[in-house]
Design a protein around this ligand. Structure first.
Ligand SMILES: [Zn+2]
Length: 81
């Protein structure tokens, strides 16, 4: 059997980009979390509606942790209104 020349289909290069989170304000998956470890803070930004929130970074916090905290705080605030 002849060797089949396999056409190498390159997998789509996954750029290491930050995952997008859902924005509680505009409901788009357009939130990015910027972690500033030195300053012990994280910035949550939505580039759809322009929301910007600053969160305190706790040690060991991942972007998901920060986002979850932000989300909970937002919902609580919204409900308390
Ligand atoms: Zn938004």
């Amino acid at each position: 059997m002849g060797r089949r020349k396999r056409r190498t289909t390159l997998p789509v290069r996954r750029r290491r980009r930050s995952a997008f989170f859902r924005c509680p304000v505009c409901q788009h998956n357009s939130i990015i979390v910027d972690i500033h470890e030195k300053e012990k803070k994280a910035l949550i930004k939505c580039f759809n509606c322009g929301l910007v929130e600053e969160m305190t970074l706790k040690s060991g916090d991942t972007k998901v942790d920060v986002y979850t905290r932000f989300f909970d705080a937002y919902i609580e605030r919204a409900e308390g209104d």
